[in-house]
Design a protein around this ligand. Structure first.
Ligand code: AMP
Length: 113
């Protein structure tokens, strides 16, 4: 997989507002927030998208969701939140390093655009 801007954030080559980090995952604020709280959760291991994840990634995918839950608690999203994974062109994915969007502190609408 080719290098993305998120690889540079993992290597601390470019700045990011990091809110959580552990051995496997990293969470930082989105530069173009779509909600009062908008945080991206990424695996440190480069995976392009959910579409390219394999059975071998099962543990890591679970860790991403658990990190999202931890960050939601840390950010006080007690009234709820939304987790989004844009996948591929029609899914609106623009950065090809798997990431979860954690959005909160406003009422979400359905269906999403
Ligand atoms: P997606 O469109 O699902 O691929 O989401 C990519 C997200 O990355 C967008 O919401 C961008 O605003 C965000 N983004 C791009 N570059 C950066 C950066 N350097 N730091 C934080 N967020 C970024």
């Amino acid at each position: 997989m080719s290098d993305t801007i998120f690889s540079k954030i993992i290597r601390k080559e470019i700045p990011a507002d990091i809110v959580y980090e552990d051995d496997l995952t990293l969470a930082f604020r989105d530069v173009n927030p779509q909600a009062p709280v908008h945080i991206l959760i990424i695996p440190k291991q480069p995976i392009v998208s959910i579409a390219t994840a394999t059975d071998a990634d099962a543990n890591l995918l679970g860790e991403l969701l658990l990190t999202a839950k931890r960050v939601a608690t840390q950010q006080g999203l007690d009234e709820g939140y939304r987790i989004v994974i844009n996948t591929g062109e029609h899914g609106g994915q623009t950065v090809f390093h798997l990431h979860l969007h954690l959005l909160g502190k406003r009422m979400m609408t359905w269906p999403p655009g």
